[in-house]
Design a protein around this ligand. Structure first.
Ligand code: BG6
Length: 497
């Protein structure tokens, strides 16, 4: 919905979700346990869900409704980071949890789901695909085949589907999957999720850029020297070896989350804060990222694997999978021509941190410290911290107290936690509520998915054809030395995140 001043919209979370049912495919999997159920429970606790909201879980593991409820209670208790379980609310919440056992390849499962949806009398249904990605196509086909993609005529209900990442394995498979999805669901019923877009701090980039008057004039090639986007994790693959081995860091983090973050940082202001307009600008930016020529890939990308990855459970001892990926991207438009965007991500790095550092050009004249051997000018940085210490900092030089003109970098900090006492909703809370409300602003569209596959496809092709001498970084280090070399070639350095 268009809004006169969208960035001061305090009501976003005061909208209530309409009566509907959510069907979770892959309900005994990790995502449902760790993210989806805790998010849905929290929405219930915050009174965003209607009393008769229903959840139907399905997977191959045989369970009764009671067993499913007990398992989900355990997950909510274990994985709700900042919410403790309220016993009386839980007993009302769990009475709306249902479970259907079945094999995703068996059409009887879809008949049983149809019967369950009819039995609980919901005409609006949101399907959530959190299965192995190879099932996305077959499940969508089967939903269509069973006619579950259409609400009963005259009921006023709707049908929507959320599809987890990865959407495809490369450009071609993403297109093929899309074709399949669109033969069953309309584009406005299709919600491709990228949970980074639901993070409060990623949404705040839009508020910061377009709700204030003073930053946007400095947001271009005239003032910005370069941008660094870092998503570091200290954990390894945590039992997801088999999935991760097929994906790798470039596909797992850069193709989706980090290119979306880059698009949010670099996009033009939308005309309206409305799904179509915001997504048009993001898509336009993704299409403006220069596609690397095959001969440029080795210079503009770095592939890494930590020592010990090959010994993880489910991982081939000779795998060439990347657990670290870094790349230099250029945006060929008037605002950003010539400004490098450096992106890096990896597992088993020194700590968990996601941030964006915008480095400004240094002052044109070195007035201070000349001749003293001190650096005469240092760049200003604007740092947007996505997690874990959410906030924004501006780094600049200041005079050190005392005689003489010695300058030292200092920082002006905004910290989410201290500025706003209240808790931020998790990305999945925001995104689930949005999908139920029919608001796709924070979901990706097919043209965005394709544009980001196009950006990384030359890197995938190059890496797929090369044999790296892995492992090439120690757990607990900042990744392979080549990543430093990539920046050093232009006289730059990674900022210590
Ligand atoms: C997921 C990736 O999409 O994002 C994981 O598959 C990664 O490998 C995770 O750990 C990171 O998300 P967050 O929200 O913890 O930064």
């Amino acid at each position: 919905m268009a809004n006169a001043n969208p960035f001061s919209d305090p009501l976003r979370f005061e909208r209530r979700v309409p009566a509907c049912a959510i069907v979770i495919f892959g309900a005994s999997g990790d995502l449902a346990k760790r993210k989806l159920l805790p998010a849905l429970y929290r929405l219930a606790l915050d009174r965003f869900l209607p009393e008769n909201f229903a959840i139907i879980g399905t997977s191959r593991t045989a369970m009764t409704d009671e067993e499913f409820r007990a398992k989900m209670r355990e997950s909510v208790e274990k994985y709700s980071e900042d919410t403790s379980l309220d016993a009386s609310l839980w007993s009302r919440f769990e009475s709306n949890l249902h479970y259907v056992t079945g094999d995703l390849n068996d059409e009887n499962l879809y008949t049983a789901l149809g019967a369950k949806i009819a039995e609980i009398k919901h005409s609006s249904v949101l399907f959530y695909l959190s299965t192995q990605p190879s099932y996305y196509g077959p499940v969508v086909d089967a939903i269509g085949h069973a006619g579950l993609n259409k609400a009963p005529e005259g009921s006023g209900g709707w049908r929507r589907i959320i599809i987890e990442k990865p959407f495809g394995h490369d450009l071609e498979s993403a297109r093929a999957l899309n074709k399949r999805v669109q033969s069953v669901f309309q584009e406005d019923e299709t919600y491709r999720i990228d949970h980074y877009l639901g993070k409060e701090t990623v949404q705040n980039i839009l508020a910061f850029r377009f709700g204030n008057g003073i930053f946007e004039p400095l947001w271009n090639r005239r003032y910005v020297n370069h941008v660094q986007i870092t998503a570091a994790e200290s954990i390894g693959v945590e039992g997801r070896g088999a999935y991760y081995q097929e994906a790798g860091a470039l596909r797992d983090m850069i193709q989706n989350h980090l290119l979306q973050v880059m698009a949010t940082i670099a996009m033009e202001p939308p005309a309206l804060f409305e799904a179509g307009a915001v997504r048009d600008e993001r898509a336009k930016l993704l299409r403006s990222i220069r596609i690397m020529k095959p001969e440029d890939v080795p210079r503009f990308s770095v592939c890494g694997q930590y020592k010990g990855f090959r010994q993880e459970e489910g991982v081939n001892p000779e795998t060439q999978t990347d657990t670290y990926a870094a790349a230099t991207f250029y945006v060929d438009n008037w605002r950003w021509a010539g400004v490098p965007f450096y992106i890096r991500t990896g597992k088993k790095l020194p700590r968990r941190v996601t941030d964006i550092a915008i480095q400004y050009n240094t002052a044109p004249l070195a007035l201070f410290g000349a001749g003293s051997g001190e650096p005469t000018a240092r760049p200003n940085y604007l740092i947007l911290r996505i997690q874990p210490e959410e906030g924004i900092s501006m780094r600049f030089l200041s005079k050190e107290p005392g005689s003489g003109m010695r300058l030292r970098p200092v920082s002006m900090d905004f910290n989410y936690g201290t500025s706003f006492g209240n808790r931020s909703p998790s990305a999945y809370e925001t995104l689930l509520a949005d999908a139920m409300l029919g608001d796709a602003t924070l979901y990706t569209r097919q043209d965005m998915v394709e544009a980001s596959w196009k950006v990384i496809q030359p890197i995938l092709d190059d890496w797929g054809a090369r044999k790296f001498s892995f492992p090439n970084y120690e757990p607990g280090s900042w990744g392979p030395a080549e990543a430093d070399a990539m920046l050093a070639r232009t006289g730059r350095k990674w900022r210590n995140s």
